[in-house]
Write a protein that binds this ligand. Structure first.
Ligand code: HEM
Length: 180
C-alpha cells in the first residue's frame, strides 16, 4: 500500500482538514452563536441525563468516584463552547487535550462516543425550527467526535511507532494488508 496524504496531517492540522472535508461555512459557524444562551439553559438537565446514565452503569460508574459534580461543570463548558463560533487552533487543541485525558484514565473510547447521543439530543432540541443551525450543530458535533477519536488513535499510533521504530511501519501494521 502507498503512503497516504492524510498520514501527514497531525495535531491541530486535523481541524483545517476536517473543516474542509465537512464544508463548514462561515455562515454555519456564525449561526450557532445565536443559541449560546439556550445552550447554557439546558446544561443542568443535560448533565443529569449524562451522569445519571454513566452512574447507573457499573463499567462507567467506576471512573467517576466522587468526581461527577466537578465534571458536570467542565462538561457544561465543553457543550457551550460548541456554540462559540470560534473553531480555531486553541479550540482543537483543548478538544484534543480532553480526548487525551480520557485515554490517560484508561476509558474505552466506545463510552465517550456512545454518550455523544445526549449532546446530539439537546443540540437538536435547542436549534429546532432552524435547519441551518441544526445542520451546523450536527457538523460541529461530528467534528468533535472525530477529534475525540483522534486523541485515541494518536496515542495508539505513538506507542506502536515507539515499539516498532517508526510511524510508517506502525501504520502499515495497522492495515489489513500487513496482517496477511
Ligand atoms: C461525550 C463524551 C465526553 C465528553 C465531551 C467529556 C468531557 C470531559 C471534560 C471536558 C473533562 C474535563 C477535562 C479537564 O480536566 O480538562 C472530562 C474529564 C473526565 N471525564 Fe469525560 N467526557 C465525556 C465522556 C466521558 C465518559 C463516558 C466518562 C466515563 C465515565 C468520562 C469520565 C471522565 C473522567 C473520570 C474525567 C476526569 C479525569 C480526571 O481529571 O481525573 N467522560 N471529560
Amino acid at each position: 500500500m502507498e503512503d497516504r496524504k492524510s498520514w501527514l496531517v497531525k495535531d491541530e492540522a486535523v481541524l483545517a482538514d476536517l473543516i474542509t472535508l465537512m464544508q463548514l461555512s462561515d455562515a454555519e459557524k456564525a449561526v450557532l452563536v445565536n443559541y449560546q444562551a439556550q445552550a447554557k439553559g439546558v446544561t443542568d438537565e443535560m448533565m443529569d441525563t449524562f451522569y445519571g446514565r454513566l452512574l447507573k452503569h457499573a463499567n462507567t460508574a467506576e471512573y467517576l468516584d466522587g468526581k461527577a459534580e466537578r465534571l458536570k461543570h467542565t462538561l457544561s463548558e465543553w457543550f457551550v463552547q460548541l456554540f462559540s463560533g470560534q473553531y480555531d487552533q486553541a479550540y482543537v487543541q483543548s478538544r484534543l487535550k480532553i480526548g487525551r485525558i480520557h485515554v490517560q484514565i484508561g476509558l474505552p473510547v466506545r463510552y465517550p462516543l456512545a454518550m455523544m447521543d445526549v449532546m446530539l439530543h439537546y443540540g437538536h432540541k435547542i436549534t429546532a425550527g432552524n435547519e441551518e443551525a441544526q445542520n451546523a450543530f450536527s457538523k460541529l458535533l461530528a467534528l468533535d467526535i472525530a477529534i475525540f477519536n483522534q486523541s485515541y488513535e494518536d496515542s495508539q499510533l505513538k506507542h506502536l511507532a515507539e515499539m516498532v521504530g517508526n510511524e510508517r511501519l506502525a501504520r502499515r501494521l495497522l492495515t489489513q494488508e500487513a496482517a496477511v
